[in-house]
Design a binder for this molecule. Structure first.
Ligand code: NAD
Ligand code: 6OD
Length: 491
């Protein structure tokens, strides 16, 4: 396909699709075969300024006067429209990410709609607080809280779950009455762009939701986070990017919520249900080609079941069917880009140099000629690395895990916690007392027991240590996206 006839993805500013004012664009490349998916208009500094200005203006227009129930109704309409245009969102997400249809159609796109529904309902039921105060004159005072939108929110999201993670922030921010400028990942711009059209269709006022496309440094990401009229920033992505964005947020003392990287561990005790632990470990390491921030790249297994566990996990991993998003029975797609694959392959190399035993995978699979331009990689399992290896210390964000034996509970807890990150952890055990004892000791925002990635959207979600600041989800999101004001009335 020549650039001339390629699909175009434009910025969405003040209710209109617009190309970049400096005429710059970049290519959206298929991770399946390296072909051109679309040409994307890159937002200039002036385009980002226009988007922020439109968002600021929209705060005081009809959106600002709207009742909570009307806002809630509109967000339900967004969810319904995503359902009606499900196939378009699905096609866009598969084209950008290469993820299997079975995954995108059951997780990514339905969660996009669900994110709008849950916050549309929550905002209608969020209570304010009242404090009766005693005063020296005996008459007392009444204090009560009111929630106000924070203002213009910058939503910066990554490429691994583009629709899910963008709407996870856009939905509560809108529910609280804010306006938005979203900057999706340069690798996966399509679903964010499509969402603009949905906003127009259901009658969200112009300027309330804006999308700018581009990169991070010296591009749309940085222009947005540095913009003085952005009131708060919500970010999901790498820890190093989170640090840069925190610096930008410090100017003007803007609030920030950040969901960052992880190096998640699973601990498998000998008293687990082995069938469930084996399948759970395969799922938690290889879902979305290992590109979920919650995936486990370190698995610690009690020594008495170590050999059997490794044998069975390897067996099950070899059953994964590598293929195109629409391929028959595909459950394992390519990585998001060749650039990301290069990074992951460097870690494969380090594992080799550091003396890992490779039980399965370790390289690039044989693919048909027409797919060889894609970012294909093999699901990979190692044992035998020292805990000091960079493969154990650093986030790889690919389809790989290292399995390490342990002898005692406290040793496993120590190894699981011995990381700068603190996003998620998993325990496999049938011993209830052990589960209750170990789970609180793991230094992560969430610990799953005998499951992985089971989500209740009302619960607090976020990381500790280098995995992030703040919690989103349910009422915790409403907390971030509102400014709580106290009104004190002397009686
Ligand atoms: P990334 O940090 O490279 O990019 C994320 C977004 O930030 C992109 O839109 C990018 O363009 C933008 N960006 C980059 N530099 C910027 C800057 N200086 N200023 C403003 N914006 C900038 O992350 P990624 O590679 O897209 O995603 C993978 C990473 O995200 C992994 O580390 C993964 O663990 C993490 N992640 C975390 C969570 C979580 O909930 N904790 C969820 C998903 C992904
Ligand atoms: O499920 C969620 O709400 C969530 N934020 C998931 C993050 C996954 C990271 O890749």
């Amino acid at each position: 396909m020549s650039n001339h006839s390629a699909k175009k993805i434009h910025n969405f500013i003040d209710g209109h699709y617009v190309s970049g004012s400096e005429g710059k664009s970049f290519d959206d490349i298929s991770p399946v075969d390296g072909s051109l998916v679309a040409v994307v208009s890159e937002a200039s500094k002036s385009d980002v300024d226009q988007a922020v200005t439109a968002a600021k203006k929209a705060l005081t227009g009809p959106w600002g006067q709207m009742s909570v129930s009307e806002r809630s109704r509109l967000l339900h309409a967004v969810a319904d429209r995503i359902d009606e245009r499900f196939e378009e969102f699905l096609e866009a997400e598969m084209a950008d990410t290469g993820k299997p249809r079975a995954l995108a159609s059951t997780v990514d796109i339905p969660r996009g709609a669900a994110n709008f529904r849950i916050f549309a309902d929550l905002i209608r039921n969020e209570p304010d607080h009242v404090f009766q105060q005693e005063t020296p004159d005996g008459m007392g005072a009444l204090n009560y809280t009111v929630r106000k939108p924070k203002g213009v929110i910058a939503v910066i999201s990554p490429w691994n779950l583009p629709m899910l993670l963008m709407t996870w922030k856009v939905a509560p921010a809108l529910a609280c009455g804010n306006t938005i400028v979203a900057k999706p990942s340069e690798d996966t711009p399509a679903t964010a762009a499509l969402l603009g059209d949905v906003m127009n269709e259901v009658g969200i006022p112009a300027g309330v939701f804006n999308v700018v496309h581009g990169f991070g440094p010296n591009s749309a990401g940085e222009f947005l986070t540095n913009h003085p009229n952005v009131d708060a920033i919500t970010f999901t992505g790498e820890t190093r990017t989170g640090e840069a964005i925190m610096k930008a947020a410090a100017v003007g003392v803007r609030d920030i919520s950040s969901e960052l990287g992880g190096k998640n561990a699973a601990i498998v005790f000998a008293d687990c249900d082995l069938d469930k632990a084996v399948s759970g470990a395969v799922r938690s390491s290889f879902t979305n080609c290992g590109q979920v921030c919650l995936c486990t790249e370190r698995v610690y297994v009690e020594r008495s079941i170590f050999d059997e566990f490794v044998r069975r996990v390897v067996e099950e991993t070899r059953q994964l069917r590598i293929g195109t998003p629409k391929g028959e029975g595909t459950d394992f797609g390519p990585l998001v880009s060749s650039k990301h694959r290069d990074k992951v392959l460097q870690y494969f190399e380090i594992a080799h140099t550091d003396g890992a035993t490779i039980h399965t995978g370790g390289g690039i699979p044989d693919m048909p000629k027409e797919l060889q331009g894609g970012a294909w990689i093999e699901p990979t399992i190692w044992t035998g690395l020292p805990e000091t290896s960079r493969v154990i210390r650093e986030e790889i964000f690919g389809p790989c895990c290292h399995i390490q034996p342990f002898d005692a509970e406290d040793e496993a807890i120590h190894m699981a916690n011995d990381t700068p990150y603190g996003l998620a952890s998993v325990i496999w055990t049938e011993n209830l007392s052990r589960a209750h004892r170990v789970a609180p000791l793991l230094e992560t925002g969430i610990t799953w027991v005998n499951t992985w990635n089971l989500r209740d959207l009302r619960t607090p979600f976020g990381g500790s240590k280098a995995s992030g600041i703040g919690r989103e989800g349910g009422a915790y999101s409403l907390e971030f996206y509102t400014e709580i004001k106290n009104i004190c009335i002397k009686i």
